[in-house]
Design a protein around this ligand. Sequence first.
Ligand code: BGC
Length: 747
Amino acid sequence: MRAFRFRPLKAALGACAVLSAMISAAWAQEDVESRVSRLLATMTLEEKVGQLNLISHGPPLRWADIQEGRSGALLNFNNAQDVARAQALARQSRLKIPPLFGLDIVHGFRTQFPVPLGEAAAFNPRLSRLAAEWAGREASYVGVNWTFAPMADLSRDSRWGRIVEGFGEDPYLGSVLTAARVEGFRAGGLATATKHFAGYGAPQGGRDYDTTYIPPAEMYDTYLPPFRAALNAGSMSFMAAFNALNGVPSAANPWLLTEVLRDQWGFDGFVTSDWASIQELLGHGIAADGAEASRKALLAGVDMDMMGQLYIKHVPTEVRAGRIPEAVVDEAVRRVLRTKVRLGLFEKPDIDPTRVDSIFPTAESRQAAREVARETMVLLKNRDAVLPIAPTTRSIAVIGPLANAPRDQIGPHGARGHQEDSVSILTGVRDRAQRAGIAVRQADGCDLMCRTTDQLPAALAVARESDLVIAVFGEPQELSGEAASRAHLTLSGKQAEILEALAATGKPVVLVIIGGRPLELGKLADTLPAILMAWYPGTEAGTAVADILFGDANPSGKLPLSWPRTIGQLPLYYNRLPTGRPTLENNRFTLNYIDEAISPLYPFGWGLSYSAFAYSDATIGQANLSAGDQLEASVTLTNGSDRAGQEVAQLYIRDPIATRSRPLRQLKAFEKILLQPGESRRVTLRVPVTDLGFHLDDGTYVIEEGAIQVFVGGNANAPAIGEARIRETTRIPFNQRRAGLPLSTAQ
Ligand code: BGC
């Protein structure tokens, strides 16, 4: 059985290596353009528009359309049999152009890795790359060649359910991780559609699909850099967002799709719409009918129509009527064909239809998923060193519906994840406890939505009989993801009541939170001695959580967003602008709430370890800097504990006097460092001076002369360590920045 499983895996990985080699070979070809031109010259208008039609498996797909050259790209094909059938039909078409097969592979294909927001908490681009590469390997094994990921939408509002798909609130962290994800997917054999271009993560009220108002300078400084990093990392396509940005829907926004993405950044791949979002231009009230919607979208720069069927229906007529120049269609088709050539699709043999994804997860993919998951966990609180579980512990109560929720631990966008593959938290803890001779008792406490306290007495009985309670609560996965905006961020149903009752037993209660966003903890943040944010950890949730709870792994996750005390603080983010009235206690006429603290419950970058890290002897390198220099800060990091552990050293800056008000803090560099017990290390963090500037609304990038304050430490409240000075002002106008634009892009 083992040998049987092993062989297809080897073949899978071999195929991936071949595919990667083909991708690079294809990239190196100088004749991509002439090849595309030759093909384009032989195409009818209908065949051209067919390349711009992206259609999903299931109705209204007509399989014959593939053979007739009317569907150049397909989505939701998730198995080799269907892919092979479509490939065979494409081969029977007149021009035999291979289709793209796109799918939402967001955090794993069959083996489920932690959701992206959790993965961001690892502050570890190597692991982001690894997770994406595994997802790519598994998906491309069954013929998928394009993922609708990564999501590069920065968000500062946890009401928005899709915050789970991104990297949180910081443009620098977002740029580094988005680039790593693009690279990982590519190494795994997938082209990426980085989404949702752009500004989708700041909808009013946190309501998915709602409108966004972001001034241009803020777009350039905050929302666009992760997309730019994706492009630099080789993202072959982008997906336009659903919503309107400053009154112009992204699916018909020439500023975003042409001026910024093409003209300024020089992107030559293609842009797809989101699901039926060209059709939705009617809903936005900027098109009277499908023909007008098609015209506006295509002319703005949306090359491919996902599930609208509008291009295929209207574009040929619009071209023949002279309302869309054929050259615009040609350019869109060229972008799609260029991508297919670069991906090596024309050379690639069709997929073997007998391939199945059930060869995954393998021991190796599980190990990778476990490694990533344990680095994503953020230890928010650990009073009296309740964790790691003491060797003297004799019995543990595992309580909460999410302890045994194999589907929910995967989180939204589970691709081909099977709950049968999941190691539940209950199983993980029980297995580990058994090895240590610790008894485990279990009670659900309530069902997933926790609507009643009917099961509380049984849970309390179990708690009272045990030395320690591990309470696993949070958000069932249906409360997170697309179309899962929340107007309340309290623990759902009766969860808080149950947790309070558990705490009242006097037993130490460790809360493990499963979920896709920070939740309002209320007084539980004080009452409970230990809180671990585990996000949706994926297939290996149980082993990874057990690794952390028992101290087999040392927590090293850091919050990729500010954790609010209450929903009324949202949007909340550390890198906000100063005000003329900074917060003063006892002065209500300063930046304050009269009924809540102004600070987050836990700041950005926060996360505890079982080790104790100290920062000392911080120094700044060269004090006077020119545009070509790097700002350098060095610090000695010491692990004063008897446990090896990893710390994320973070460098923040502030430009205190500038022509525009600049953020109080901005993360500009970080490094995750492993230190042995008692070890000290000198760490140097570097920031190119070109990353210290900011934008004006017209797109001009300015690096201003003057002081830059520097802060180094383990979270966004890091102490000031000194100042450097930029010698002279450099201004780069919008239209001169095509090559090598800095913009906090990935290292
Ligand atoms: C989402 C996209 C996704 C697409 C295809 C849409 O509803 O907004 O992020 O890629 O569906 O599944």
